[in-house]
Design a protein around this ligand. Structure first.
Ligand code: FMN
Length: 455
């Protein structure tokens, strides 16, 4: 049974205490929200006046995307865990669009020390520029954990100022079979792309660790609803962003066996147009999921990425286009990608990295994820942080070598961010924004931690 506790600290308010036990547990989000509403009603009826801090939702440790449920269940019933509670708390308190305030105290109760970060572009509002859009913090959640508007709205309310809507396609696309997420345990704690361990096998099981050190498999196959479902939903998601918050729309092309390369390019263009129609202000194109069969990633073919992004840019005009990239071990590969995209003015930013591929095995050394073609899976979380940092450093070095101005290009650091300190590490390398998927999934307070640290 899933448990939430709604805990109050109203020791001085005897009348209120008579109306409820000190803590009580409910078995789903809806019951939790309804109880929250009842308490607020009771408060008004009794003429009591308590503050947000007096009443706290204390949920279980279920992540925003519940890994013990299918993708379809998550899509229909999520978000879960503390995200759901924080979202409910904000809306019950009448803050439909305003996100919760940062507390200057982390989820673990420790004080968050201020970060040495770039100066905000607007010193009055202390807002940052994210591809021309004003954001309160240059931090958020990348494509993946936020399946639909309910998820993105919960993320905004929880204080993540950039929320990426999970990658959409031009057509409905089924998810890989359940399970999709396992806990992954590289021997050294770190996973290096192409290391022997990624071929020999890395232990994967259901022993999910602490939010700071967690690493997981991510084997979804980039499922998508059809555009008639995701377009109106994405539009609502955009509308639910609070002041200083931005919805980033992620999309990708879909390649079917009968498709020619021209049709594959055209599919990207169609999907970009559909995303733009929702009112999205910045688009991100995923080039780092196996699209072309044989495990090859689109981003391993920079010439094709160049042709696609040129066609997409012709369609979307001035709207900034970011491409999502996998880890690349060589400067030369990054340079070829920049020459085919950024130097042709079709791409304004790289978001990097996506997952690192590894063979996953259970404790008996057998294939961990069931089914054909699932011997290997993408790994994300703390184990790939070093690779994400290395890639950001590489991208900025190549940018400088090619003489590309900061006004024309920005890199978003992704990979293994589980704390405000990790955000600082990416920013000090020159990343202009930072995002956390795995870390944020298990820590709904991370957005508030980063806000507090950036003050
Ligand atoms: C549950 C989940 C689903 C994901 N789905 C997508 C996706 O649809 N599109 C995409 O570009 N990246 C996807 N990703 C990859 C993340 O955006 C990110 O690049 C990767 O997880 C590394 O960040 P992390 O270490 O903070 O998790 C997904 C990640 C997770 C955890």
């Amino acid at each position: 049974m899933r448990k939430f506790s709604l805990r109050h600290h109203l020791t001085s308010l005897e009348a209120m205490k008579a109306h409820m036990p000190a803590t009580f547990e409910m078995n789903d989000n809806e019951a939790c929200l309804s109880a929250w509403n009842d308490i607020n009603q009771a408060q008004k009826a009794l003429g009591l006046n308590f503050e947000e801090k007096d009443l706290v939702m204390v949920p279980d440790s279920t992540p925003i995307y519940d890994v013990h449920r299918t993708y379809e269940e998550n899509y229909a019933e999520g978000p879960f865990g503390e995200f759901a509670a924080l979202g409910a708390q904000a809306s019950a308190l009448g803050a439909r669009t305003a996100p919760l305030e940062a507390t200057a105290t982390s989820a673990l109760g420790s004080q968050v020390s201020p970060l040495e970060t770039p100066t905000p572009f607007d010193t009055d509002t202390r807002h940052y520029s994210f591809f021309g859009q004003s954001v309160r913090t240059p931090f958020g959640i990348p494509a993946g954990p936020l399946l639909n508007e309910r998820f993105t709205t919960a993320a905004f309310r929880a204080g993540f100022d950039i929320a990426t809507y999970k990658t959409v396609r031009s057509r409905a696309w089924a998810c890989n079979p359940f399970p999709n997420v396992l806990s992954v345990h590289p021997a050294s704690g770190e996973l290096t792309a192409g290391a022997p361990e990624t071929v020999d096998g890395v232990l994967a099981d259901d022993q999910f660790g602490s939010p700071e050190t967690i690493s997981i498999s991510n084997s979804f196959g980039v499922p998508s609803q059809s555009p008639d479902v995701w377009q109106p939903d994405m539009q609502r998601a955009i509308q639910n962003a609070g002041p200083g918050q931005l919805l980033l729309a992620s999309f990708q092309g879909s390649r079917t066996p009968e498709m020619s390369e021209e049709q594959y390019i055209a599919d990207h263009v169609t999907t970009a147009r559909l995303a733009l129609e929702t009112g999205a202000k910045v688009l991100e194109m995923n080039t780092s999921c196996p699209n072309e069969g044989k495990g090859r990633l689109l981003c391993h073919n920079p010439e094709l990425v160049g042709r696609i992004t040129e066609a997409v840019k012709n369609e979307i005009g001035d709207t900034p286009l970011i491409i999502k990239l996998a880890f690349m071990p060589d400067d030369a590969d990054v340079e070829r990608m920049m020459q085919n995209t950024v130097l042709r003015q079709s791409v304004q930013g790289f978001a990097t990295i996506n997952t690192i591929s590894a063979r996953l095995v259970n404790a008996r050394g057998e294939q961990a994820l069931p089914g054909e073609g699932r011997e290997t899976s993408g790994v994300c979380g703390a184990a790939i942080r070093h690779a994400g940092l290395e890639m950001v450093e590489r991208v900025i070095r190549v940018q400088r070598n090619l003489g590309i101005a900061d006004d024309d290009f920005a890199v978003i650091g992704v990979g293994g961010v589980t704390s405000a300190r990790d955000v600082q590490d990416y920013l000090s390398l020159g990343a202009r924004a930072v995002m956390s998927a795995t870390g944020a999934m298990w820590n709904a307070r991370l957005g508030q931690d980063v806000r507090a640290a950036l003050r």
